[in-house]
Design a protein around this ligand. Structure first.
Ligand code: GRF
Length: 191
């Protein structure tokens, strides 16, 4: 069976991209990495793995989000991409892009959704006195961090935890969860 061709969209350090690259298996291959930020560390990871990395700088589109996304969409189609995985991609996507890739667009979020969508998830989990925290892989829909949940990983919150210690431990869970969920989706789309 042929592997599903995946594009990973990044904006920064790309540790989740690295986990997806390291775990590549029969179900999917990372065929393209796109960064909206020039010089993002994740681009070096793509290069090291011999994966094409492209910068599409949103700043050159001014306020026109959809023009940026139309070019992004064209790039993905040119590369025969079948699944798009957001991995620390710091742009909210418009309905145009989300609809175009519905069911084939996934994200990883550092909280147990539906708890704590948005930013500062670790701090908010601590402030809320949560006894458990973790991460979620979900389909992307128009509402931010609200699509169907494909997988979650949980861990206990310890009394001495800070936002930083939570971030470190959740990231370890992310690196295990994301490749598994991506492989599951790739297999499901193959049927
Ligand atoms: C991760 O915490 C992910 O959950 C969030 O952004 C962060 C990206 O980190 N969406 P990295 O660039 O993959 O290291």
């Amino acid at each position: 069976m042929s592997k599903k061709r995946v594009a990973v969209l990044i904006s920064g350090r790309g540790t989740n991209l690295q986990a997806l690259l390291d775990a590549e298996q029969e179900a999917y291959e990372i065929a393209l990495v796109v960064s909206n930020v020039p010089g993002a560390e994740g681009l070096n990871r793509a290069r090291a793995a011999n994966v094409e990395g492209i910068v599409l700088d949103h700043k050159s589109y001014g306020q026109n989000r959809e023009a940026f996304e139309r070019d992004l969409d064209a790039l993905l189609i040119q590369h025969n991409i079948e699944i798009v995985a957001l991995a620390g991609f710091m742009r909210v996507l418009t309905p145009f892009f989300v609809r175009a890739w519905a069911g084939r667009l996934i994200n990883i979020h550092p909280s147990l959704l539906p708890k704590f969508p948005g930013t500062k998830t670790h701090q908010r989990a601590l402030e809320a006195g949560e006894s458990e925290h973790g991460c979620t892989v979900h389909l992307v829909v128009e509402e931010v961090d609200a699509g169907e949940i494909l997988g979650q990983a949980k861990m206990p919150v310890e009394p001495a935890d800070t936002p930083e210690t939570l971030a470190t431990r959740v990231l370890i869970l992310e690196h295990d969860l994301y490749p598994r969920c991506l492989a599951d989706l790739a297999r499901a789309l193959r049927k």
